[in-house]
Design a binder for this molecule. Structure first.
Ligand code: NAD
Ligand code: ZN
Length: 261
């Protein structure tokens, strides 16, 4: 879809206003401004912890205490973080009827904390722990203390209820996410490098079913040249603020049929 040299923010706002059934796919980038580092890049978690040693189900089953060195850092970083303006803007867009669902790869719970109601947690959540032996679940904040590994009542070491490499996507999340992607008018892809499969297939699925793909990211990604219709280059909070402003202006434009008082 050519943007024809027009302002890309205005063009994206026009699509969102016209179609009013946007779905959003978010990744680690949307939470960077909340102080949660993404995994890739020099400041990322993978610079410190090799994902094959620390983030696979196999690694957890073999050496859960070692994997908890990384997990503890994630629990404390996520637990201390608050939603930022980008999370708040998405909640506002849902409230306005522009966005109907957020599919997130993040495990930090910040979309819900900001007020988004329909959130599909594609990779699970750090807020819950699960026993790999008896499957009992616990709230992380009730079971985890810094410096210790959390234990189940059955004495097994608990695993956060997140998708580690080598684990399948929770079937309901995958089913609902695919349905949302296939039926939305606009898919906004925010703060993901789109390298983690199968989440990275969601934009293509939406596009093939007829959706416009709007990407918000300061950098180009593997999607930008092949799938993205409009790339809004910048931080999630900055670009969403501009989009909200543009959409509010649209709402304020008096229609020719409205009667004066
Ligand atoms: P990623 O680290 O691969 O990519 C992050 C992307 O965000 C990059 O493309 C980067 O250019 C962009 N970005 C950086 N700052 C941004 C900003 N201010 N606004 C918008 N975009 C910005 O992240 P990913 O693609 O989500 O893959 C990482 C995986 O690790 C995910 O599956 C996720 O589950 C997990 N993860 C989650 C969290 C979290 O819950 N907050 C944090 C780190 C990783
Ligand atoms: Zn147990």
């Amino acid at each position: 879809m050519p943007t024809g040299g027009s302002d890309p923010v205005r063009e994206a706002a026009r699509l969102l206003a016209e179609r009013r059934n946007a779905v959003v796919l978010t990744g680690a980038g949307i939470s960077v401004e909340s102080g949660i580092p993404s995994f890739r890049g020099s400041q990322g978690m993978w610079a410190k912890y090799d994902p094959m040693e620390y983030a696979t189900l196999h690694a957890f089953m073999q050496s859960p205490r070692k994997v908890w060195e990384m997990l503890s850092e994630m629990v404390s970083v996520c637990g201390g973080a608050a939603p930022n303006a980008a999370h708040a803007s998405l909640a506002a867009l849902e409230e306005m009827g522009v966005v109907r669902a957020v599919i997130t790869q993040n495990v930090d719970g910040l979309h819900q904390a900001a007020g988004s109601r329909r959130v599909i947690e594609y990779h699970g959540s750090m807020e819950e722990l699960i026993c790999v032996h008896c499957w009992k679940r616990y709230l992380t904040r009730e079971r985890w203390t810094p410096g210790a590994v959390p234990l189940c009542d059955c004495d097994e070491i608990l695993k956060p209820n997140v998708v580690l490499f080598g684990e399948p996507i929770p079937w309901l999340a995958q089913e609902v996410a695919e349905e949302e992607a296939r039926t939305c008018g606009v898919l906004m892809v925010i703060g993901t490098s789109a390298q983690v499969s199968p989440a990275c297939d969601i934009p293509r699925l939406a596009k093939d079913a007829g959706a416009a793909v709007v990407e918000i990211n300061p950098e180009p990604t593997s999607l930008t040249a092949s799938v993205t219709d409009i790339h809004l280059r910048g931080s999630a909070s900055g670009v969403l603020r501009l989009l909200l402003k543009e959409l509010s202006l649209d709402d304020e434009t008096p229609s020719s049929e409205s009667s004066g008082h």
